[in-house]
Design a protein around this ligand. Structure first.
Ligand code: CP
Ligand code: NVA
Length: 307
């Protein structure tokens, strides 16, 4: 069997993903009880960051320490990767020294190339195209709050970006209907939408997309790397704010999610993100537990492969 990586949600089966969510919930309980559980003893996680991060860095680093392992933070600003050492060479070298690697970078092709040359599992900690770790945390939060999301309706409001793409994959894997509302010109990748078939509906009307939804999700209007487009995007997305009027069109017990960091007054009003339907802190905390479950799974798979 080939070495397993987690570059998108489609790298795992639906059963494996649901298994990870259940395991994350278990690990959260164990952590809160103060149980010591150290399957990563003597294991090392390499963490490559070519973009900023708060949640991802801290959750991977803290999670590895809690599992008994050690994490090494590698920024492109002070490694040879940032000075042009080929990705293939970096992958060969790093994967000969550590047990598992996570990468946050720009082009998705870069992480694919890194994984191709790696001897150890590689985790996508965000690319321009996907953010699958966040979806594990979000799906865990939904299960904790409401139970299974299968058969439910989720609404994505705003940019057809990396988070939106991972929600499209999640709609396929977790079996929910996804209504996406973006401004014209900011639609998600057409190939991904086509692959999702009936699971995904595209529109340019946030009100229609939000109606009768179980979960409303949004994200920043300008992602990392798009800072220069901020002003143009503010104009294009002005009618795409998730506010109380929009939330009222969803089901009365609908939840609100945002991967954070958030811009209150832009993509979401303060009343919504700080209101009773918002579960953003639950989502953020779950990054820790979901990624612990993910690392445990990938290390176990890698061990079985070498048996
Ligand atoms: N949601 C998320 O990935 O946050 P960071 O950019 O802080 O890691
Ligand atoms: N879409 C955002 C997500 C940040 C966690 C970005 O890529 O900047």
């Amino acid at each position: 069997m080939a070495l397993r990586h987690f570059l998108t949600l489609m790298d795992f089966t639906a059963d494996e993903l649901n298994g990870l969510i259940s395991r994350a919930i278990e690990l959260k309980t164990m952590h809160r009880r103060g149980e010591i559980y150290e399957p990563m003893k003597n294991k090392v996680l390499g963490m490559i960051f070519e973009k900023s991060s708060t949640r991802t860095r801290v959750s991977f680093e803290a999670g590895t320490a809690q599992l008994g392992g050690h994490a090494i933070f590698l920024s492109s600003r002070d490694t040879q990767l940032g000075r042009g050492e080929p990705i293939e060479d970096s992958s060969r070298v790093l994967s000969s020294m550590v047990d598992i690697i996570m990468i946050r970078t720009f082009e998705h092709e870069k992480i694919e190339r890194f994984a191709e040359y790696s001897q150890v599992p590689v985790i996508n900690a965000l690319t321009d195209m996907y953010h699958p770790c966040q979806l594990l945390a979000d799906m865990q939060a939904y299960v904790e709050q409401r139970g299974s999301i299968k058969g439910g309706t989720v609404t994505w409001i705003g940019d057809g970006n990396n988070m939106c793409h991972s929600y499209i994959n999640a709609a396929r894997q977790f079996g929910f209907k996804l209504n996406i509302a973006t401004p014209v010109g900011y639609e998600p990748d057409g190939t991904l939408v086509a692959a999702a078939g009936n699971a995904v509906t595209l529109s340019h009307d946030p009100r229609i997309a939000a109606t009768d939804s179980d979960l409303i999700v949004t994200d920043v209007w300008a992602s990392m790397g798009q800072e220069e487009e901020q002003k143009a995007r503010e104009a294009a997305f002005a009618d795409f704010q998730v506010n109380e009027a929009l939330m009222q069109l969803a089901k009365p017990d609908a939840l609100f999610m945002h991967c954070l960091p958030a811009h209150r007054g832009e993509e979401v009003s303060a009343a919504v993100i700080d209101g009773s339907q918002s579960v953003v802190w639950n989502e953020a905390e779950n990054r820790l537990h979901a990624q612990k479950a993910l690392m445990e799974f990938l290390l176990e798979e890698a061990l079985n492969k070498s048996d």
